[in-house]
Structure formats: structure tokens, C-alpha cells
Write a protein that binds this ligand. Structure first.
Ligand code: FEO
Ligand code: CA
Ligand code: CA
Length: 676
């Protein structure tokens, strides 16, 4: 390991990585995770209870498109059909409104070099806010050539991932847009990234640091069919940056494992990093997962096994030159990384409230967390640890949800994620001779009732070193479990497993059925007796992704036998109110040669598995944070890392998205898609 911060980051890869992203995205987003050793070397995948192992999806379950595959013109979708009105559908609810205004003809797959945002006929798109746009009062206008820490800490950050518009009042015309800023590509942001002298290099570095974090922006629209616009000088507008104080709450708060020389109490942390997916809670706050935070730290020189499990042995980004806590060779900083990798909760309605990092929900490379309220009233959060061979987790609150609009109820509900039980999932296959990838599963206890269930680990140790603790109880090592979301109609839970090109034939199991899995799959998890607080479930694979036009890659589309849009690398999942699943992707250009996009996937009724592409993002981008607001007349997506290629720079961009002339290069943005 080299601990000398690099003067100029020379991308160490050529072209595509061993994963599916461009070398540039892999470098800036995840610190070259695609080419680094796997962080889970516990071997727990070898111990799972797999009755049969198989390398091939049953041919009888495949959906092949034949000659018309990739460019197939697909039938017009009736939204009234899939979930709501299907006779014999497992849980369709009669009497739901027909959603015909959201009918669309799926788009053709868009070749990966096309720099365009593509929507179906009859639809239009419009940017709500983009990197550098003013957020807080006194924020200057975006000036790409002269960005500074002072401007950036008040402007919209870079590479927004999760986003939502939380309603404000009951008019449907006011809302609070909440977005997070996962990472930066400094080579695309700064004209002098490669040439700046030392003083300016540090200014650029600090500017990039302030482009991380989160944003809260009031938005408004004249009528409920009009486009959302930012509201300048709203009292709600707020940047959350490395200066923002967070509360570390829950059972590990104050633990010696969380103390540093900067915070000897172990109860306060500054900033949030590498925030990926998220969700809006039933009580109106926003959750965001801290993911690949290891890349910001230099060192430690000799990581312990527990630290190495979190990837902590990198050269970092040189941030220690700006804030000493990011160089772990400095006195009193060793526990600083323990104050990241959490689920954070932000209350967008209270700009004065300190955001919270919830230690009760465990510490790992959190993709996100999605909350449902169980029939018992407990808040249940599903969470993925997005690394190859990592795990699916569940948190069950100790206390129960208090309904109603009162401030007292809201205050109570914001404490629900502070205390509760933490589990990790084991998926048992029942054999593939039944032609279905399915089986039963168990939620293995890590912390229940305030007690550790992991031999050799205290409660604090389980919560701070959750990955290591989970290894002990041998959960199922998954193919990068990312976003997880329960259906608002059935309560079934959907897990996007993006890909895992490192899985060997010997490591194949029924829940991760393909070796060198470049295209990913989606797991459907059904809690036994509909009890989300329980410890047993059944599961099956609803999608085994890929391009059916390529017969060398087995695919499965929920039993649907007709045409589908090719789909690869499922990342984020969302639902419309009728219970249709929507999947956004991250990595299609590297696997099937098409720009990433957003796809409708009915999961109930006769059209279960009928994948239909709704939109495609520009070249180099991934599609994040989808919100499907059918009744409210819009869809939201984040366009993250547009034009992000290894050979692209500020001076030589690969994309000019969002094509508004404000900047000669790409700007990551929040986009709304509306009926034309
Ligand atoms: Fe930030 Fe798991 O992708
Ligand atoms: Ca089976
Ligand atoms: Ca993601």
C-alpha cells in the first residue's frame, strides 16, 4: 500500500474493469473496488445450506426473445393491467384507480455511446436542480471555472443518488426535495485538476469535499400538472456537509470504539460520506446509506482484520491535508472511520435539527434502508451491504409507530430507529429440479432484546463491526445486494443484486445461481405469515437479468414468456402505488452495451416479469433514486455520473447533459419526467 497521497490520480485501469462499470466510475465511486480483493474472505458462502447447486437457469423458465429481441417494439402498456386488475393475481387490490395516464410504449434500448436522456413518446423531461445550482442563501451562481469551498458548501453537490420530494402541506404544489451526493469525479469538475499548483490543488480538494453530503431544497409548482422548480431563499434550503454535526445515537453511542481526539464523547460525528440509496420514512424523514467511505481515509498503516473487512487500507484521496481526521496516521484519528458507514436520518422539515446516525441499524457498506410498518406497529427496515459476497440485513424497532399528524407522534416516530433488533439473512435453496430458484430463509439474530447473539462480540462490537460479527453466524453471501424495498401492496420484499463477476462455479447457490454474474438478479422475499418482525421467510428469484438476445447468458423474467426489454445490473428498486416494481440500473453499458435506464416490472398477475423500459439516461450515467409518483403525475430519477469515462476530462467531456448551456461538460442532476 502506498500512503503517499497521489499528486494527480492516474486511473490505474484500461478500459473496462473486471466489473461492469467504466474504469473512471469504479475509481472515483468505490476506490477501484472492482479490482481490489474481496472484502469478505470469511468464506461463509461455502457453508450455506444449499440443497442443489446449479450453474444454469432452467431452460424451461427462460424467456427468449428470438430474433426480434433487443430492438423489439413492445406493446403499449396499460397501467390498469398488471397488478391491480389481474384476476388470480396473488394480492391485487380491487377498486384501485386505473392509472391510464401513465401508460407508455416502452423505449428501444439506447446504445451506450448516445448522449441523450430518452423518454417514451408522449413524455417529456426537465431538470429540477443540478450540480452547482444555488441551495442556501448567499450561494453564488454556478461558475464551473471558479468553484470554491465557499461556493460549493452552499450549492447543490455532485453525483446525487437518492432523491425524493417530501410533500409540504396538503396542496400538492409544495415539497422538499431531498438528495444525497455520493461522490465526486474531480477530473470532470475542475479545469486544472491535472495541472494546479499545490495551493490551488488543496482548494480543489476542499471544494470536492464540500460537494459530498446531502441537500434539502424547497420546490414548488404552479399546478399539479406543472414542473417542479426550486424555491430560492426558502428557510428549508440546506446543505449537509462535512461541517454538519450528526448525533450518533443508539446502543453504541458513546462507545470507546466511536471516540476520537476530536470527539472524546463518541456521541457526535461530522458529516456524511458516500451516501448511496435511501428512502423516505412513513413519518416523513429521509434515510440515506453511507457506503464506500473507506476510500476517503489514508491508512491505517497496519489495518486490523476488523478494519480490513471495511476496506480500510487505501491511499485515500489526500483529504488529510485539509482535515487531519482523514489521515489515520495522525494521533487520535484511528476510530474516525467507525463514525461512518451508518444509516443516517434527516428531518427535512426541521433545518435546525441535527441529523442522526443510527448505530442500532449496524455499520456496513450501507446501500440504503427502506422502512415499512408491520401490522404489529413495529418499524421494519431492510438493508443491503453492497459488496460482492456481502449480506442482507433487517432491523426491527423496539417501539411501535404512532399514527397521526401531531408533532408528538412525529417526535416519537423519529426515535423508532434508535433501538431495536438486528438480523442478517440466510437463504436456503430447495433444489433446482422444481425448475424454480427458490427456497426458505432465516433471519439470523445479531442483536435481539439488547443482547448480543454473536459469540465473542459485545453489543457495541456487533453494531460497530457488523460485517465481522455477521461473518460468524454464516449468512448467505450475495451478489452485491443493493437497494431493497417492500411492496406497498403485498408487503413482499424485493432485493436488487447488481452483479458479482467474482463468483466462481464452486460458489454458486440457488439464491445466486450464476457464476461470473455480470447481469445481476432480483430476489423476492416473502415473510412467513406476513409477519415482518418474524425470523423466517420464503424467497424466489423474480428476475435473472440479461439480454435474452444473447443465448449464452441464461435469463429469467418471472415466468413471462413474451418480449421484454433487455435489462442488466439492477441497482435501485421502487414501487408505484399499484404495486408494480420499477428497477433502475447501474452498469448496462459494460454488460449489454446499452445506456442505463428505468424499467417497469409487474410482479403480480399475468404480466409478472414483463420488463418494459421507460427511460434511458445519457452516456456514462447510471439511473438512481427513482420515485414513481403515479397519482401526482411525475417520475423522478437521479442522473448520476453522466459522461464519466476514464478518458473524459473537464476540457474533453463525453457528455454535456443536461444540455442547458450552463456548462461545457456534464452536470449530475435531479430530473422529473412528466406527461408531454
Ligand atoms: Fe452506491 Fe451501491 O451503489
Ligand atoms: Ca427451487
Ligand atoms: Ca446504488
Amino acid at each position: 500500500m502506498t500512503l503517499t497521497p497521489e499528486r494527480r490520480t492516474l486511473l490505474p485501469m484500461l478500459g473496462r474493469t473486471h466489473g461492469t462499470r467504466s474504469a473512471s466510475v469504479c475509481h472515483w465511486k468505490c476506490a477501484d473496488a472492482c479490482v481490489r480483493p474481496d472484502e469478505n474472505v470469511s468464506g461463509s458462502e461455502r457453508f450455506i445450506d444449499v440443497v442443489r447447486r446449479s450453474a444454469h437457469v432452467s431452460a424451461s423458465r427462460r424467456t427468449l426473445l428470438g430474433s426480434s429481441a433487443a430492438g423489439a417494439a413492445l406493446a403499449t402498456l396499460s397501467f390498469a393491467g398488471p397488478a391491480a386488475a389481474a384476476p388470480g393475481g396473488r394480492a391485487g387490490k380491487p377498486g384501485r384507480p386505473a392509472l391510464s395516464t401513465f401508460g407508455f410504449t416502452p423505449i428501444e434500448p439506447v446504445p451506450a455511446e448516445v448522449d441523450a436522456f430518452t423518454v417514451p413518446a408522449g413524455w417529456r423531461w426537465e431538470t429540477i436542480i443540478a450540480w452547482g445550482d444555488p441551495v442556501e442563501a448567499r450561494a453564488p451562481r454556478f461558475d464551473a471555472a471558479n468553484q470554491s469551498p465557499e461556493s460549493q458548501k452552499r450549492q447543490f453537490g455532485y453525483n446525487n443518488d437518492y432523491l425524493d420530494i417530501v410533500p409540504l402541506g396538503g396542496s400538492g404544489r409544495r415539497g422538499l426535495l431531498v438528495a444525497n451526493h455520493e461522490y465526486t469525479n474531480d477530473d470532470l469538475m475542475f479545469p486544472d485538476f491535472a495541472t494546479a499548483g499545490e495551493a490551488k490543488r488543496l482548494v480543489n480538494l476542499e471544494t470536492a469535499m464540500y460537494a459530498h453530503g446531502m441537500s434539502v431544497v424547497e420546490v414548488g409548482r404552479r399546478g399539479t400538472h406543472d414542473a417542479w422548480k426550486p424555491v430560492a431563499r426558502s428557510r428549508y434550503n440546506r446543505r449537509i456537509t462535512l461541517d454538519t454535526e450528526f448525533v450518533l445515537d443508539g446502543p453504541a453511542s458513546g462507545s470507546p470504539l466511536l471516540r476520537t481526539s476530536e470527539d472524546p464523547t463518541g456521541t457526535r460525528a461530522y458529516g456524511t460520506l458516500n451516501n448511496c440509496a435511501g428512502s423516505t420514512t412513513p413519518w416523513g424523514t429521509v434515510l440515506s446509506g453511507e457506503e464506500n467511505a473507506d476510500q476517503y481515509f489514508t491508512g491505517p498503516v497496519a489495518p486490523t482484520a476488523r478494519e480490513a473487512r471495511y476496506g480500510l487500507n487505501t491511499a485515500g484521496r489526500g483529504w488529510g491535508a485539509v482535515q487531519s481526521r482523514f489521515d489515520l496516521r495522525n494521533e487520535g484519528t484511528r476510530n474516525e472511520p467507525n463514525r461512518f458507514f451508518w444509516v443516517v436520518e434527516v428531518d427535512p422539515e426541521d433545518p435546525t435539527a441535527a441529523p442522526v446516525k443510527h448505530t442500532a441499524m449496524g455499520r456496513f457498506k450501507h446501500e440504503g434502508a427502506s422502512v415499512r410498518i408491520d401490522a404489529s406497529g413495529h418499524a421494519v427496515a431492510y438493508m443491503g451491504d453492497d459488496n460482492r459476497f456481502d449480506y442482507v440485513y433487517k432491523f426491527v424497532s423496539r417501539d411501535t409507530f404512532r399514527p397521526g399528524p401531531s408533532q408528538a407522534a412525529r417526535r416519537h416516530n423519529t426515535t423508532l430507529l434508535s433501538e431495536g433488533d438486528l438480523y442478517v439473512a440466510r437463504f436456503n435453496g430447495d433444489g433446482t429440479e422444481d425448475g424454480v430458484f427458490d427456497g426458505t430463509g432465516e433471519w439470523l439474530p445479531l442483536v435481539v432484546g439488547g443482547q448480543s447473539f454473536v459469540p465473542g462480540y459485545s453489543v457495541e462490537e456487533v453494531l460497530v463491526f457488523t460485517r465481522n460479527a455477521a461473518d460468524v453466524v454464516q449468512p448467505t453471501a450475495m451478489d452485491r445486494p443493493e437497494d431493497i424495498e417492500p411492496s406497498p401492496v403485498t408487503g413482499y420484499v424485493y432485493i436488487a443484486c447488481t452483479n458479482n463477476t467474482r463468483r466462481s462455479q464452486a460458489q454458486v447457490d440457488e439464491a445466486n445461481p450464476r457464476a461470473a454474474n455480470k447481469d445481476g438478479h432480483v430476489v423476492e422475499l416473502i415473510e412467513d405469515n406476513g409477519d415482518a418482525t418474524g425470523t423466517t421467510f420464503t424467497w424466489n428469484l423474480v428476475l435473472v437479468c440479461g439480454d435474452p438476445a444473447d443465448p449464452s447468458i441464461p435469463t429469467y423474467f418471472g415466468g413471462w414468456q413474451g418480449e421484454v426489454s433487455p435489462i442488466s445490473c439492477p441497482d435501485n428498486v421502487a414501487f408505484d402505488s399499484a404495486g408494480n416494481l420499477w428497477v433502475s440500473t447501474d452498469g448496462q453499458p459494460g454488460t449489454i452495451g446499452y445506456n442505463d435506464g428505468l424499467f417497469l416490472v409487474p410482479v403480480e398477475g399475468p404480466e409478472r416479469g414483463h420488463v418494459q423500459q421507460f427511460l434511458a439516461v445519457p452516456t456514462g450515467a447510471e439511473t438512481c433514486g427513482p420515485q414513481i409518483k403515479v397519482e401526482d403525475g411525475y417520475i423522478l430519477v437521479a442522473v448520476q455520473h453522466p459522461g464519466d469515462f476514464a478518458d473524459a476530462t473537464y476540457a474533453s467531456p463525453a457528455s454535456t447533459f443536461p444540455y442547458d448551456g450552463v456548462f461545457s461538460g456534464p452536470r449530475p442532476s435531479c430530473v422529473q419526467v412528466l406527461p408531454a
